[in-house]
Design a protein around this ligand. Structure first.
Ligand code: KG4
Ligand code: ZN
Length: 340
């Protein structure tokens, strides 16, 4: 990527993963993530517990990232950190730590938008993974986000669609909760969907104009459906779990693909990149492949470790901003609702 010899430390703490990564000229040397298991007991992320866990994890995670990369902190050229969007208490930990470290080392500080990170993760140098050409459409789907972004250049991005309520990952997780599955339920629904009939049960798709999404109605529809069916047959869930999972997943994927089709039609762009934890879903991956045949799309899915929340995606944005000489002021503050 660059002829210079640039080492960037990326730090991510926007939600419930504490992550640090060292990047050398656009290639990842280390990518460490400390997951916070504590939230599983609560069936969702508890902000107060998340910020406390970040506080405990941040130093060990950064130390581990440097060790794995086999460099010392004096070799770093800049510190990139997630400024937002995310949970304020979580963002504050990473932001304060990054600021202090950059000040202590007397090197530049680079603020990164988490959503841009998910998108620019496609530009990490990684054997076997192609980078999308501009312009492309990026769909970021996770437990916290659902967005379609038109990407004209690294930092020329326009959000053309987003959820007006729940994120798509929440649709998976909340449906799973209704079915008695553990948190997060996405991977389990995916696994069971492979064994079930996607057309066994029909759930109506939400009617949302344009490119925006809505998932809260689907959750309610599933809740009422399950309540009704279990009234008639208390064993309904156990007897039909794979079919229910397949039908839910089929409905969710249908919603995502419909909007992507519309976005591609409206913009004329056929290069489509996805990111975020839900892009691990085997059904969405297959639907994108089918889109290559059916609609002439070229699709891009990054390496799995760069799709869920991670610091490598923050480091690549840091690297690109470093090349542009775009640094943060020392008084930069975390921003929970930071926009692209
Ligand atoms: O990106 P991520 O690790 O964290 C954020 O939410 O930012 O995404 C986690 C989300 C959860 O909602 C989880 O259920 C979902 O991604 N997920 C999946 C799959 N793997 C993870 N959803 C459907 N199918 C999967 N295979
Ligand atoms: Zn994320």
């Amino acid at each position: 990527m660059a002829s210079q010899n640039i080492y960037i430390l990326g730090i991510e703490s926007s939600c419930d993963d504490t992550a640090a990564s060292v990047m050398h000229n656009g290639r990842i040397l280390s990518n460490i993530v400390a997951n916070q298991k504590i939230h599983e007991e609560y069936g969702g992320v508890v902000p107060e517990l998340a910020s406390r866990a970040h506080q405990q994890n941040i130093v060990p995670v950064v130390a581990q990232a440097l060790k794995k990369a086999n460099i010392t902190k004096d070799q770093l050229h800049a510190i990139a950190f997630t400024r937002g969007p995310g949970l304020m208490g979580s963002l504050l930990v990473g932001t304060s730590f990054a600021k202090s470290l950059a000040y202590g080392l007397d090197i530049p500080l680079i603020d990164v938008n988490h959503m841009q990170g998910h998108i620019l993760a496609h530009f990490i140098d990684e054997d076997g993974f192609e980078k999308p050409p501009f312009p492309f459409l990026a769909m970021t789907i996770s437990g916290g986000h659902t967005q379609i972004v038109m990407v004209d250049n690294y930092f020329d991005m326009t959000v053309i669609g987003e959820t007006i309520d729940d994120a798509v990952g929440e649709a998976f997780d909340k449906s799973g909760k209704i079915l008695g599955l553990g948190y997060p339920a996405g991977p389990e629904i995916d696994k069971r969907a492979k064994l079930g009939n996607p057309k066994a049960f029909k759930f109506t798709k939400p009617k949302v104009d344009g490119l925006n999404f809505s998932f809260s109605g689907l959750k309610t529809a599933i809740l009422y459906f399950i309540q009704n069916e279990t009234k008639a047959n208390p064993n309904f869930i156990e007897e039909n779990l794979n079919d229910i999972c397949a039908s839910i997943q089929y409905t969710i994927i249908g919603i995502l693909i419909d909007k992507l089709k519309l976005a591609s039609k409206q913009t004329g762009i056929k290069h489509i990149a996805i990111g975020g934890g839900v892009s691990a879903n085997s059904g969405i991956r297959q639907a994108l492949k089918d889109g290559e045949q059916k609609f002439g799309w070229t699709t891009y899915v990054p390496k799995f470790e760069f799709t869920t929340d991670n610091a490598a995606m923050i480091a690549i944005v840091g690297h690109l901003k470093y090349l542009d000489g775009e640094f943060a002021e020392q008084n930069v503050a975390a921003s929970a609702r930071l926009k692209i």
